[in-house]
Every structure is written in structure tokens, then in C-alpha cells.
Design a protein around this ligand. Structure first.
Ligand code: SF4
Length: 701
């Protein structure tokens, strides 16, 4: 039933050039395997994104590949535990359960999650499996919970769902505003490029509720209240307008909707913005002047912008700021979202989304759907599927009966953990495909052992829209298989033969069916990669919108969107705002990095709190505290630092035992359903030392 699992192995004992599988920077790596294990990894000197650098994750955090805890054989639930199974047994169980559920409840009772850690070809196979083999558009990926607001906003204002330039714009810029991104921790190599550019004279402004490391290299640091990004951008645009710093020619010739946008700006003078954000009015003025008067300037942002209730509106306002100053469409003037997962751009580009095929074409578009039907030889649904949060709601409501979760630990990384676990427990049948047991696999009925990025071939797309080759340096361990082989074989077992023998064949199909990938071939990717859209002759587009925007009329769209309060605000009961984010040493759920020697660099997490808040709450350095929100409670040790503003606390989510996401509620971004991870009202109390009548703080004003 299932083919031999080593068919696509490319393991050799010589150096293998591949792309890092951790973050969206997309560093090129030279991997040195020896006797079937990774001996060492070094940075590719000609890596287009990393230029001879890596961070300590890409270079050193590879020992997880041969961890004793790797999943090496399929597992089937038996009682409270699991028993080892053959691949045939595992597939037969999945086929029989999916067939039963489809027959009893229809295909929309099944949903799948593609992995943004996996390759484009894996994600392509996953969305095709769900659409063509199962028969539903219930397919989503983790961009839903990170940069879906960016994707939505860029498409709406400019036309394409991706950065307008590349990281090379950083060195070419005279100024940059970095907003809501701790780049030296979250995207270390780009963080280093920003730092280097600032040292070399680029005027940097950092806008963040934490005094991040790059603030030390900035001309100005603006510390704002969490959830007030929209007001910051509106204030900057107000100053640009009132001080006559607009690019009138660009506005007149290349855009539409400016008048309404400008009318809105009148409501946000710097003093009003100071009242909302806490940033001094003069700093708003200075930042606006730095950005607008620079010949070339970049806007760079991260999840501190998107994981908020109005994240997509903030990105649209940033697009407006760039257009009104004419700072888009040329080298050094780019809008650069720092995408989180290594292939979160690609998984969405591939159509692992409930409402769009590859290239963001709606599933309801008759011509597009018909094209896919003809290629795949099956009828396809025109109905939008469920987003990730809606999948969990539907599971709890008893409408969704089964999920196939590929490479996502939703029970740890998604918000409102209690609700997620309730959803997983409510399913009749859960399949997980992963490389380790996780918090999520605990609820599975069948677990399929998969491959890490160092064990497979394909492509990733980084935050620059750069498609880069991924090559196998070692084989998957034991009976584990490559994700591509699992998904294509399972699809065949479900009755839909994809006829894609290799990932390269999948890329040929992607190119044939997706306009932005028309000219992509593995051979053309070379060592530089290609930034989509790629024309039939192989020419790519590192800089978008040089002459026109990707809208039918060629114009960029201003959208007049007022500031609105975040979904949660501090109050008497929950007087502090919790912000969550990343640390340099670990990655996301820590599934991989905690199984490497990076654990010796950071063994556990902590809560950062301002000295004045700590003093008022009788909290000392290292104390264990209880953090309580509207949604849950956790216990965590404290570090006192003035890098966090008074009224805010910060922690990461790399350690499952802390269950940080228990605290995060169900407030989501208005257009995309992205959870509001960055603004959670909490109460913090010392566990032991504080007197029982420790007073609550007053709400941050
Ligand atoms: Fe990998 Fe990102 Fe580090 Fe580069 S910066 S080595 S892509 S984790």
C-alpha cells in the first residue's frame, strides 16, 4: 500500500546547501553530515538573506534531529496510550475513519492544518489532500495566528501579499522605523543587519512597549502603550501632512483614496496621539520628520503589530504612510514584515488557506476552481472553509468531527488553551503528523512520524518572498518518512492519486497553476533563490510596485481607518498588560530547540516586570508569581527589568510546562481572526512572600 520511505533521500557525506528551517529570515546554511548525523552547520557566505551569518538556532540547534524522543514509527491510540503500528495499519485507520465521517456528516466535518514549518511542496500536497481527496476547503495554516493581518492589508492596499522589497533595502535606506518587532531575538540575522545599518548611519526609530536591544542603536525610541499602534501611525501621518512633507506627485499619479485618508488624519495631532499612546508629542514629530525627509526609508514590523485586534488596519495605515511620502517601489524604500515561521509566507502562497487557492485566488472564483478541477480530475467545493479558531469552535459545537494536524502544536501555541484542548477532546478522530510527541499529539488517535527540514527536499519562501531550495542532508530516523511522501501516499490511499513523484514534480504543478510561480524551476532557484512573482523567462521581482501597484487600475489604495481600543484593556481587577513574544535561544513551542544544547543557554522562562510594579506588588527578583487573566492562570518566576514599561509585563511561550497561552483569550483581529496575543489584561501576585492583602495596581493610564 505504501512505497518505501527512503526513495527521495539525498543524504550524502558531502556538504549540503539548504535553507534554515527556523525563522522567516531564510538563512542559507552549509550542512556537514557525517555517518548519517549532522556533524556541523556553517553559514553560506553567499546566502542572500544572511550573507555569511546565522544565529545560534540555525547554526547550532540541530541535535534534535537525532534525539531519542523522535517519533520513528506510526502510533495508534490504544486505551490511554499508544501502540506502535505499521504504515499500512495507520493509513487504513485514517481511511476508514475519514470515510465513515464523510459518509455520516459530509466532508466539511473534517479539517486540516498545514505546517508553516514544512516546505511549499508539503503544504501544496496538504491543501490538495484536503480539497481533492477529502473534499473540503477546511484547510488553514499558522499564518492565521501571526501575519494573516499583514497579508490581508498588503493585498488590499498594494495588491500582493508579501513584502514590497528585500532585506537589501535595509542597507540602502537612510532611515527606518521598526515597530512591534524585537528583531535581534525574533529574527536575529535581520536584527543584526538593522543594527549594522544603524551603526553605519541609518537613522533608526524603534516603536515598542519594551526597550528592545535595537533601541540602544536608535536615534529615538518610542515606548507606547500596547494596542495603540494605529494611533502612532495616524500621528506620524498627521505630522507628514501638516508639515507639508507629502509626495504630492506620487499621491496624484500612483494612488487613490487620499482625500478621505487626509481628512481622518486631522483628528490625530501629536498631542492627541500622546494622550492615546503615551509617546511624547515631540517624539511623534521627530519620528515623522526622520521618516518623511529621508531620501529612502523603510517600515519594518513584526507580530507586535499584527497580533492585535486591529492589526490589519495598522498595516493598512502603514501602507498609507509609505504612499503619502512616496516611499515604496524603489531600493531602500520598502515595507518589510518580519514573518515568523520559516515558511509562513509559502504555506499561505500555496493556498493552505480556507478561502483561497495558491496565489490568493478565491475558492469561489469559478474560472480558477474549474482550472484546478481539470488538473486534478475531481470536483471541488466553492464554499469557504473554516479558519483555525472557527475549527475549534466547530469542534466544541459538535459540528467538526475530525482534524488532521500537520506540524503544529496547537495545544501549546494557540490562544485560549482551555478552549483548544476542549476542541481536541471533542473530536471523534484526530490525526497528527509530527516529529515529536507534543501537547497536541496527546489527544491524537493516529500519529504519523514525519521529517525535519534537514531530512527532506523542497523549497521555503522567506519574508522577502524569496523562494529558496531545501535539500536533505540526512534521512528521517527509523520508519519516519518525508512529509511529502506521507501526504501524497495518504491521498492515494484516500482515492486521490496526485501523480507527483517528487517535490520537484509538485513545484512543476505549482508553477503551472499559479501565476506568480510561472517561471519557477528548481534549476533556476540556484543559490540566490527567486523573489516571486517569477515570469515565464525566470526573471523575478526583488522590488515590487516600481511603476504600478498590483491592482486592476494600477493604483495603491489609501484606507481611512481610525484608532480603536484593543480588545482587552487594563482595569482594576487586571491592572497590567501582558505581552508575549520570543527569546533568542528558543523557537516557538521549543519542540526542536529544547532538544538541543540551546537548553543550556536558557533552561526556563520568566516574567519581565518593571521595578516600580515589582516594588508595589512586593515582588523580588526570582520570586514565583501567579499571573491571572480573564481566561486562565499560570505560575512563573520573575525578572525585574526597566526594559519593560511600567504597567506591562512580558514573557515568551517556549516552555509548554508554563502554559502561557492559558492566559490569552478569544479576542481576535477583526479581518483575519488572528488572536490578540499582544494585549492581555492580567493580575500578578507573588506566590509566597507577598502579604495576602497585597494591593492591586491601578490601571495603567
Ligand atoms: Fe535560522 Fe532565522 Fe537564525 Fe537565520 S536568523 S539562522 S533563518 S533562525
Amino acid at each position: 500500500m505504501v512505497q518505501g520511505n527512503k526513495a527521495m533521500s539525498k543524504a550524502t557525506e558531502s556538504t549540503v546547501s539548504t535553507t534554515c528551517g527556523y525563522c522567516g529570515v531564510g538563512c542559507r546554511l552549509e550542512v556537514h553530515p557525517e555517518n548519517g548525523v549532522i556533524a556541523s552547520i556553517s553559514p553560506a557566505m553567499d546566502g542572500p538573506a544572511n550573507k555569511g551569518h546565522t544565529c545560534l538556532k540555525g547554526r547550532f540547534a540541530h541535535q534534535f534531529t537525532r534525539s531519542d524522543e523522535r517519533l520513528t514509527t506510526p502510533l495508534i491510540r490504544e486505551g490511554d496510550g499508544f501502540r506502535e503500528a505499521t504504515w499500512d495499519e495507520a493509513f487504513e485507520r485514517i481511511v476508514s475513519e475519514f470515510t465513515r465521517i464523510k459518509s455520516d456528516h459530509g466532508p466539511d466535518a473534517i479539517a486540516g492544518l498545514a505546517s508553516s514549518r514544512a516546505t511549499n511542496e508539503d503544504c501544496w500536497a496538504m491543501q490538495r489532500l484536503m480539497r481533492a481527496a477529502v473534499g473540503t476547503n477546511n484547510i488553514d495554516n499558522c499564518s492565521r495566528v501571526c501575519h494573516s493581518p499583514t497579508s490581508f492589508a498588503l493585498r488590499r492596499c498594494f495588491g500582493y501579499s508579501g513584502a514590497s522589497g528585500t532585506f537589501n533595502d535595509i542597507e540602502a535606506a537612510d532611515a527606518a522605523i521598526l515597530i512591534g518587532a524585537n528583531a535581534t531575538d525574533g529574527h536575529p540575522v535581520v536584527g543584526a543587519r538593522i543594527k549594522q545599518a544603524a551603526i553605519n548611519g541609518m537613522k533608526l526609530v524603534t516603536v515598542d512597549p519594551r526597550r528592545i536591544e535595537l533601541a540602544d542603536y536608535a536615534e529615538l525610541h518610542c515606548s507606547m502603550r500596547p494596542g495603540t499602534n494605529a494611533a502612532v501611525i495616524l500621528g506620524l501621518a498627521n505630522v507628514v501632512m501638516t508639515e507639508g512633507l507629502t509626495d504630492e506627485k506620487f499621491i496624484a499619479e500612483r494612488t487613490e483614496g487620499y482625500e478621505e485618508f487626509a481628512a481622518l488624519l486631522a483628528e490625530y495631532p501629536p498631542e492627541e496621539v500622546e494622550r492615546i499612546t503615551g509617546i511624547p508629542a515631540d517624539d511623534i514629530r521627530t519620528t515623522a520628520r526622520i521618516y518623511a525627509t529621508a531620501e529612502n526609508a523603510c517600515l519594518i514590523w513584526g507580530l507586535g503589530v499584527t497580533e492585535q485586534r486591529y492589526g490589519s488596519e495598522v498595516v493598512q495605515l502603514m501602507c498609507g504612510l509609505a504612499m503619502m511620502t512616496g516611499k515604496v517601489g524603489r531600493l531602500g524604500s520598502a515595507l518589510l514584515p518580519l514573518r515568523g515561521q520559516n515558511n509562513v509566507q509559502g504555506s499561505s502562497d500555496m493556498g493552505a488557506l480556507p478561502d483561497t487557492y495558491s496565489g490568493y485566488r478565491p475558492v469561489s472564483d469559478e474560472a480558477v476552481a474549474t482550472m484546478f478541477e481539470e488538473r486534478w480530475g475531481v470536483g471541488l467545493s466553492r464554499e469557504k472553509g473554516l479558519t483555525i479558531p472557527k475549527m475549534f469552535d466547530a469542534a466544541v459545537a459538535g459540528e467538526l468531527k475530525s482534524m488532521f494536524i500537520f506540524g503544529e502544536d496547537v495545544a501549546q501555541t494557540d490562544p485560549n488553551t482551555t478552549h483548544v484542548i476542549h476542541a481536541l477532546e471533542s473530536l471523534e478522530f484526530l490525526v497528527c503528523q509530527d516529529i515529536f510527541m507534543t501537547e497536541t499529539t496527546k489527544y491524537a488517535d493516529v500519529i504519523l512520524p514525519a521529517s525535519a527540514f534537514l531530512e527532506k527536499e523542497g523549497t521555503f519562501i522567506n519574508a522577502e518572498r524569496r523562494i529558496q531550495h531545501v535539500a536533505a542532508a540526512i534521512d528521517p530516523p527509523g520508519d519516519a518518512r518525508t512529509d511529502f511522501e506521507i501526504l501524497t501516499s495518504l491521498s492515494a490511499a484516500l482515492g486521490h492519486e496526485m501523480n507527483l513523484a517528487t517535490p520537484e514534480a509538485a513545484m512543476e504543478e505549482i508553477a503551472a497553476l499559479t501565476p506568480e510561480f510561472t517561471g519557477v524551476t528548481y534549476e533556476r532557484l540556484g543559490r540566490e533563490g527567486l523573489c516571486w512573482p517569477v515570469e515565464a523567462d525566470g526573471s523575478d521581482a526583488p522590488i515590487l510596485y516600481e511603476e504600478k501597484f498590483h491592482h486592476p487600475n494600477g493604483l495603491g489604495s489609501f484606507n481611512a481607518l481610525p484608532y480603536r481600543e484593543p480588545g482587552e484593556v487594563a482595569d482594576e481587577e487586571f491592572p497590567l498588560i501582558l505581552i508575549t513574544g520570543r527569546r533568542l535561544q528558543h523557537y516557538n513551542a521549543g519542540t526542536m530547540t529544547r532538544r538541543t544544547r540551546n537548553i543550556e543557554l536558557m533552561e526556563s522562562d520568566w516574567l519581565e516586570i518593571h521595578p516600580e510594579d515589582a516594588e508595589r506588588l512586593w515582588i523580588n527578583e526570582g520570586d514565583l508569581v501567579a499571573v491571572r487573566s480573564h481566561h486562565g492562570r499560570i505560575e512563573i518566576p520573575v525578572r525585574i527589568t526597566d526594559r519593560i514599561e511600567k504597567g506591562n509585563v512580558f514573557t515568551a511561550f517556549h516552555f509548554p510546562e508554563l502554559r502561557t497561552n492559558l492566559l490569552v483569550g478569544d479576542s481576535v483581529e477583526v479581518n483575519t481572526g488572528c488572536p490578540e496575543y499582544k494585549v492581555v489584561a492580567v493580575d500578578v501576585r507573588a506566590m509566597s512572600e507577598a502579604p495576602s492583602d497585597t494591593p492591586a495596581l491601578v490601571a495603567a493610564d
